[in-house]
Design a protein. Structure first.
Length: 576
């Protein structure tokens, strides 16, 4: 896999892993946040449920007052009952509104407000029916049935409260004990109310309490004491909260001292068959205010729980926000890191690799930019530049070497004086021609020519003049050469020509052409003298399997000798 691809794949995998990890963290934080939010709402439901229970419980006081009065009842008592009923309705409506909020009912908690409202309407109808009867017809059974109807509502509401409390505790387990105590306070208020209600019939009729009622009162007192103990018992830090301690003190002083003393007084009068000295309404008027501190305890506890829940909710909110911001920061940092790594490492590395491959193939056309980077990539690019410079230098040296070799080769093949081929080069070229001629069964010819009376030139004009003559003859002969003809200095003042494949006649014609050219070109020496130089030519040609350079040269030499001998400046032929 190519490095760039591997980088892309690695980065994608890393991004995926980090994304998954962040997603998981965010999902966890989101769920904590949602649970805290739902828990907070559940706690608000607990509060509203408890308030509803309290109002329904409170409604029983005015109910008892109206049922214990004449027909029609005292308007004040009726007004108090109407106000209590309105307060209950308002509390139930508030609970129903909170339940209708989808955020508070995510897990499908029971919606029994409608059922409670129906039962409440029935209980109120029963109360009104009894209140409309003449006092004589209000039998203890009827009165008890009407009161029981009102009693039955409280467990229904408290059952729901238990459900909301369980949901709240799920989100805030540390609030379980506080909620439990608040619930005990509600129950305590309820039992306190029931205790008062147990006296209603006796107070209304002016009759002593029956023994069963005494027993029930004793039982209720036991439950009330038990609940007090559970509330007062120190179970968590909240119990040391000064507000809670103050509320408990007020409850003890109010209900458990004065409130219960009032009940004890009625019981005592009942046993002594003494008049009670108050009717139901008067008792309720004195007794009910003593129960208020119980609800104050509930409210203080609930307020503490709500404070704690709000704090937890805000913490969860902050945690979620922090997780989102951290996640975004991590993703941003990763993206920037990837971009930087790609731009600063991968791209230069890929370019450097391509450049190196080109350098390795001898291509120095690459461009290496100057860099000031002080890291490994910078070192790599600088090394690449040096490599390219060294490669270029080596290439130039190689070219120079080739040029020198070629020059040496040329020098080795060239006659130093005339610049035409020397004898060695001619022999090599001649042998090549010979092989081809043998191969293709062609004729091969050699023309030897020698400057006439050259010694006299040397003697008369000096050796330099002789050299000038040789240079001039070589130049003339070269000018006269045609395609396929080879010219060389054979030695001293002797030259040799090998025409293209031709027979003796063709070679003789070439020789004659050269001879005329030399004869026709007078030579002006550097000292001003004009010389007329001639040359004698010996031509030899042959073909067939016995063709050999030696025999050709030998024959040409003989012909040349004959040309010299027969007067010079002439061409003589000799078959080889
Ligand atoms: N200047 C000069 N002279 C050379 C060179 N090579 C040979 N010679 C001279 O060429 C002369 C050749 O003379 P000979 O062999 O007697 O021939 P010739 O004088 O040309 O007479 P024929 O060939 O019979 O016409 C000698 O004097 C050599 O010294 C050379 O490179 N330069």
């Amino acid at each position: 896999m190519r490095l760039t691809r591997m980088f892309a794949v690695s980065m994608a995998i890393l991004a995926l892993l980090v994304g998954a990890m962040l997603g998981r963290i965010l999902w966890g934080e989101w769920n904590s946040y949602r649970a805290a939010r739902a828990g907070l709402h559940a706690l608000q439901l607990v509060q509203r449920g408890m308030v509803a229970a309290e109002k329904l419980s409170f409604e029983r006081g005015p109910v008892n007052a109206v049922m214990g009065d004449a027909v029609p009842a005292d308007p004040t008592k009726r007004a108090r009952l109407a106000a209590a009923r309105a307060a209950s309705d308002q509390a139930l409506a508030a609970l129903a509104a909170a339940l209708a909020d989808p955020r508070t009912n995510e897990d499908g908690r029971p919606r029994t407000v409608t059922a409670i409202a129906a039962r409440l309407a029935a209980a109120r109808a029963a109360v009104d029916a009894v209140a409309d009867l003449p006092p004589g017809q209000r039998t203890p059974q009827r009165l008890t049935a009407a009161v029981e109807g009102m009693f039955a509502l409280i467990p229904m509401v408290l059952d729901d409260v238990t459900g909301y409390a369980a949901a709240a505790e799920q989100a805030y387990p540390n609030l379980a004990k506080i909620l439990m105590k608040a619930r005990f306070a509600v129950e305590l208020r309820e039992y306190a109310g029931r205790l008062g209600s147990r006296l209603t019939v006796a107070l209304a009729s002016g009759q002593p309490l029956a023994e069963t009622e005494h027993t029930q009162i004793l039982f209720l007192r036991g439950q009330i004491e038990q609940l007090r103990h559970l509330i007062v018992m120190s179970t968590s830090a909240i119990d040391r909260n000064p507000r809670v301690l103050a509320a408990l003190r007020t409850m003890d002083e109010g209900y458990f001292t004065s409130g219960l003393a009032l009940v004890t007084g009625v019981e005592r009068d009942s046993r002594a068959h003494q008049p009670y000295g108050m009717d139901t309404a008067q008792f309720a008027q004195r007794y009910v205010p003593f129960m208020t501190p119980i609800l104050a305890v509930r409210d203080v506890l609930l307020e503490a729980a709500l404070d704690q829940a709000r704090q937890d909710y805000e913490t969860a909110q902050h945690e979620l926000l922090l997780a989102c911001l951290t996640g975004a920061a991590i993703l941003l940092a990763m993206t920037l890191l990837m971009i930087m790594l790609r731009a600063r490492v991968m791209v230069p590395l890929a370019r450097a690799t391509r450049a190196l491959v080109k350098l390795g193939n001898g291509d120095f056309s690459i461009r290496v930019h100057e860099t000031r980077r002080q890291d490994e990539i910078g070192d790599l690019l600088r090394a690449l530049g040096q490599l390219r410079a060294a490669g270029l230098e080596k290439q130039q040296l190689e070219l120079e070497r080739q040029r020198l070799i070629e020059e040496l080769r040329l020098r080795a093949d060239t006659d130093y004086l005339t610049g035409i081929l020397n004898r060695r080069a001619f022999t090599a070229a001649g042998n090549q021609r010979l092989r081809r001629a043998r191969e293709h069964k062609l004729a091969l010819a050699v023309i030897l020519f020698d400057v006439d009376r050259f010694k006299a030139v040397n003697d008369s004009h000096g050796h330099d003049a002789g050299d000038q003559v040789l240079i001039r003859i070589a130049a003339l002969a070269r000018e006269e050469l045609r395609d396929g003809e080879i010219l060389a200095r054979y030695g001293g003042e002797e030259f040799v020509i090998m025409p293209g494949n031709c027979d003796l006649q063709g070679a003789s014609a070439v020789a004659e052409r050269m001879r005329r050219a030399i004869e026709a070109a007078p030579l002006t020496l550097s000292n001003g003298h004009v010389l007329h130089v001639t040359a004698s030519f010996g031509v030899a040609a042959s073909e067939g399997p016995h063709l050999a350079l030696d025999s050709l040269f030998h024959a040409a030499d003989l012909a040349l000798y004959r040309a010299k001998h027969q007067g010079r400046n002439r061409v003589e032929c000799e078959p080889a």
